[in-house]
Design a protein around this ligand. Structure first.
Ligand SMILES: [Zn+2]
Length: 282
């Protein structure tokens, strides 16, 4: 992974010092602490639900994902790891999970995030990636790209850093309520997700959940909004309560997961595209 890194500001080589990586051209210095590289200062979380989630992720670690996401969250569990490993081999390839949070799906996959979680390898800003041109085999993400401002520019940047025949495998929400983490900017239809990366061709696309996830999401969100009477903190609390009440409904999705015919009402769509050509240098 070290060979793929460059200065995010000027893309020049980085020199190793005992406690940092230093840019050979612009002299920017990026601290290395506990094997982790910090290309940016870590920002504070601001949204109420996001603060709760951030604390839960920190406190519960793996249990947050095992219990929180798989069982109680209002979406049918999506096996992100299996989906990614069908297309890439992190043993032999440089696979980078962007916005991975505090969850490493595979020991060989490099994790990057805006926040400094225990499971984060590189703390950096997606709009300013510290990777060389054509240096990465696959960029992957789960429910992250809706949270980035300037998506077009970020995708050009990810495309730039991807090798020819390299992959983009991203789970992106479509029919999903607003959720700040720390911000929420966009949704993509299956057509939008298939054409997100310039010079990439579509390999596979599927509805990660199904119609009952859509119902569970709407029930949880709509009732939390109605009964919180505009109080954000109360809404975050009620949201968690309604998750506990309604989560079993999502499991009715079992026979519907992955149906192409349901892409039009998909809460989240998993799209795999492959880089076929370089369109432009960012
Ligand atoms: Zn530099």
């Amino acid at each position: 992974m070290r060979e793929a890194l460059c200065c995010p500001t000027c893309r020049a080589d980085l020199t190793d010092t005992p406690s940092s990586l230093r840019c050979s051209t612009c002299s920017a210095e990026y601290p290395v602490r506990g094997g982790k590289i910090y290309f940016i200062e870590v920002p504070d979380a601001t949204d109420e639900l996001d603060i709760v989630k951030y604390r839960l992720k920190k406190i519960l670690g793996k249990a947050y994902y095992a219990l929180g996401i798989t069982v109680f969250a209002p979406t049918f569990p999506f096996n992100y790891r299996a989906a990614v490993l069908r297309f890439s081999d992190p043993e032999k390839q440089l696979v980078i999970d962007i916005g991975a949070g505090n969850h490493r799906i595979d020991p060989q996959i490099v994790t990057i995030d805006l926040f400094d979680y225990a499971a984060t390898d590189i703390v950096c800003d997606l709009s300013n990636l510290p990777f060389r041109d054509e240096s990465v085999d696959a960029f992957i993400s789960r429910s992250v790209l809706e949270h980035v401002p300037g998506l077009t520019q970020i995708c050009k940047n990810l495309a730039r850093a991807t090798r020819e025949n390299g992959l983009a495998a991203h789970l992106i929400p479509f029919m999903f309520p607003f959720h700040a983490s720390p911000h929420d900017y966009q949704r993509l239809t299956h057509v939008g997700a298939a054409t997100l990366f310039p010079g990439f061709e579509l390999l596979e696309q599927r509805n990660a959940t199904g119609p009952f996830t859509l119902l569970t999401l709407l029930l949880t969100e709509v009732l939390a909004v109605i009964f919180s009477l505009g109080n954000e903190r109360l809404k975050a609390f009620l949201y968690l309560i309604f998750c506990l009440v309604f989560f079993p409904i999502k499991f009715l999705d079992f026979p519907f997961v992955g149906r192409r015919s349901m892409l039009g009402i998909a809460p989240s769509i998993f799209t795999v595209t492959r880089k076929t050509r370089n369109l432009e240098v960012v």
